[in-house]
Design a protein around this ligand. Structure first.
Ligand SMILES: C[S@@+](CC[C@H](N)C(=O)[O-])C[C@H]1O[C@@H](n2cnc3c(N)ncnc32)[C@H](O)[C@@H]1O
Length: 202
């Protein structure tokens, strides 16, 4: 919605487990969200994508569900959302979204159960989901949301864990690797580990 980079505009609040996708990852998500400008898109704990939309029609219909009040731009498209209380989501939004984009502050099953409640409330029948969480959460995410892990991964420079995207639909973009993610040189990595173990006899 503004020209400057999201992470330059909004610092991460560690107490709220905020970390922002890289701008290229945001741009990819924006293009998925704007694939059909008629879609009504809800952003649950993903403010960087909401604030980076470029299509005026998508923007007009989009809603930012967030706990951090700094994202309330007083334009009627912000809902103060605490994942612990999905029952507080206003009824006006129930069953109204064509696509939801979700990145919770925690990765546990307890928390995902709460997000799953919100998803059930908000999504239209047969609508789309984009989720990011740990690589290792694949089975739980499949069980709770029906989403599958995709080739395209989020890039978040400040995180040491490997995160993945999960969706309940396919597109060309989801099948491609994210070029930003550093490629591991298997041979160099093996040498490095052997050196640490004192087994490099070259
Ligand atoms: C891991 S970050 C995801 C941000 C996303 N990667 C992005 O680039 O927009 C977690 C998000 O959850 C929000 N959050 C923290 N506590 C929350 C709560 N109780 N309910 C809902 N959202 C919360 C944070 O403010 C933050 O935006």
């Amino acid at each position: 919605m503004e020209d400057s980079n999201f992470s330059e505009r909004f610092e991460c609040r560690k107490d709220l487990h905020q970390y922002w996708y890289s701008q290229k990852t945001i741009d990819f998500l924006v293009s998925e969200c704007q694939h059909n400008p008629e879609w009504k898109v809800g952003f649950l704990s993903t403010p960087s994508v909401f604030f980076s939309l470029t299509n005026p029609i998508t923007m007009q219909n989009a809603v930012c569900f967030e706990y951090d009040p700094k994202f309330d731009q007083k334009d009627g498209r912000f809902v103060l959302y605490d994942f612990n209380h999905p029952e507080n989501i206003p009824k006006a939004y129930h069953g109204s979204f064509d696509l939801l984009v979700i990145d919770p502050p925690y990765i546990t099953r307890e928390v995902w159960l709460k997000y799953a409640e919100a998803i059930t409330m908000l999504l239209k029948k047969d609508a789309k989901l984009i989720i990011s969480t740990l690589d290792d959460n694949a089975e739980m995410i499949k069980e709770l949301t029906g989403c599958k892990k995709r080739v395209f991964r989020p890039y978040i420079s400040t995180l040491i864990y490997q995160f993945a995207f999960y969706t309940n639909y396919e597109s060309d973009g989801w099948g491609r690797e994210n070029e930003e993610i550093p490629k591991v040189d298997a041979e160099a990595e093996e040498k490095r580990v052997l050196k640490i173990l004192g087994l490099d006899f070259d």
